[in-house]
Design a protein around this ligand. Structure first.
Ligand code: C2G
Length: 414
């Protein structure tokens, strides 16, 4: 009995996939199909897959062609699978010609002609592109525009009038007005955090977006890093016991003129870094702190422009702290203290691709690494466009967290 294996994403299953699977099956007696995991696809740059692993596997299974379905999770797995499943033939479409010749050492390799005229990318592309315009000309706005190029189904346009959605990165005290206007003009909005500098304004904007049936998303990119998302679920599942403290530091002095008082057109420390620094605190401990203590060192006290701010939060069973600065430098790490161990994320933690869980007995320590492309902006754009397209909420930052962030910023700037 000869055994055949083939692999693919099989997103939005189509005729080309089906023809490939039928021919693969005819090559032998038993067909194993490896469906790529969401993580594996992300790592190899396929970030805009429309269906989840479960949906893609269900679609392949429903065809009734495969005798067995497995998940492809890592580079090099094909070699392991061929040995493990005793495979005689590896096959894949001709778009991969030559690329899997290294498997000839283990089994026969056959490239089947690809079916012309149909592809998942075409099906995805048939849906009209989401046109996004950038408002505000900060450095992050340029990065955002660049990252749009990596996401299928998203197109960056110059003119606001031509857009379906707007990415806002104007000065924080202008956000409220800019978002309100965009929503009233019928445009979806993703705004660099904070959404506004007053909590009531944030609530009002979310309500307005709901009434207008539009998406308003908090553009807090560290939330979209895979490593950060994994860290959160590990903590929730008890990996370090009960959390007793979250300590988060975000500082930069890239703009030296700020310290010298040139603050016109600049973001103060609490707006530039506060949302990022507070994100893990509110997502791990919640937003119902019982007390907080804010200390700022101002560059311009009248204009409430802080060069450095430290905030302590008190919760019934835990504490937390942030240090943020535009005119001071410190170790930009994130440490989450638990009753069984702690999480350590090295600086700059807001570009997280790596973290460690450390225990009393260092032999039990674990290290985690996940690829981060485009500082999380790319995944954030995918989440934004998926939310608009499907009507389901793919945002990783809840309204409650956005409001809590604005509450603190409001206190700092009062
Ligand atoms: N295919 C085809 N004709 C098309 C489209 C796809 O024959 N019009 C084939 C591909 O060549 C591949 C399979 O269908 O063999 C699945 O295609 P994708 O879902 O695009 O998966 P792919 O990215 O090619 O993954 O480890 C993953 C594999 O290397 C292939």
């Amino acid at each position: 009995m000869s055994r055949v294996i083939t692999y693919g994403t099989f997103d939005l299953l189509h005729y080309g996939h089906i023809r490939l699977l039928e021919r693969a099956k005819q090559l032998g007696d038993y067909l194993i199909v490896g469906v790529t995991s969401d993580d594996f696809d992300r790592r190899r740059g396929k970030i805009n897959t429309h269906q989840s692993l479960m949906e893609r596997m269900a679609a392949v299974r429903a065809l009734g062609i495969a005798d067995e379905i497995i998940v492809e999770e890592y580079v090099g797995q094909k070699i392991d699978d061929i040995k493990r499943y005793n495979i005689d033939i590896f096959t894949v479409g001709s778009d991969w010609v030559g690329q899997f010749d290294y498997l000839k050492e283990y089994c026969t390799v056959i490239y089947l002609p690809r079916t012309e005229g149909v592809s998942s990318s075409d099906i995805r592309a048939k849906k009209a592109d989401l046109k996004i315009a950038v408002l505000g000309n900060s450095g992050i706005g340029k990065k955002f525009a660049k990252e749009c190029e990596y996401v299928n189904g998203v197109q960056r346009v110059e003119k606001m009038e031509e857009s379906d959605a707007i990415y806002i990165t104007s000065l924080p005290d202008k956000h409220y007005k800019d978002i309100r206007q965009a929503l009233l003009e019928g445009k979806h909005v993703i705004c660099e955090s904070p959404i506004a500098t007053k909590a009531e304004q944030v609530k009002e904007l979310f309500t307005l977006a709901r009434n207008q049936k539009l998406v308003l998303m908090d553009g807090l990119k560290p939330a979209y890093s895979t490593a950060y998302a994994r860290l959160l679920v590990l903590i929730k599942s008890g990996a370090i016991g009960d959390v007793v403290s979250v300590d988060s530091v975000c500082t930069s002095i890239a703009d030296e003129k700020v310290a010298q008082g040139e603050i016109a057109g600049k973001w103060n420390s609490i707006c530039a870094w506060g949302p990022t620094a507070m994100l893990p605190i509110f997502q791990i401990l919640g937003t119902n702190y019982t007390d907080r203590h804010i200390v700022s060192r101002f560059i311009d006290e009248e204009k409430k422009f802080d060069g450095f701010t430290k905030i302590d939060f008190v919760y019934p069973e835990a504490v937390a702290s942030i240090k943020v600065a535009k005119a001071a430098k410190s170790e930009g790490s994130l440490v989450i203290t638990g009753t069984k161990g702690y999480v350590y994320v090295p600086a700059p933690w807001w570009k997280m691709d790596y973290f460690e869980i450390r225990y009393e007995n260092a032999e039990n320590n674990k290290r985690y690494f996940y690829q981060l492309d485009g500082e999380g902006i790319r995944y954030e754009i995918v989440a934004f466009s998926k939310t608009i397209e499907t009507g389901k909420d793919f945002s990783y930052v809840s309204e409650e967290v956005s409001v809590a962030i604005a509450e603190i910023i409001e206190m700092c700037m009062r």
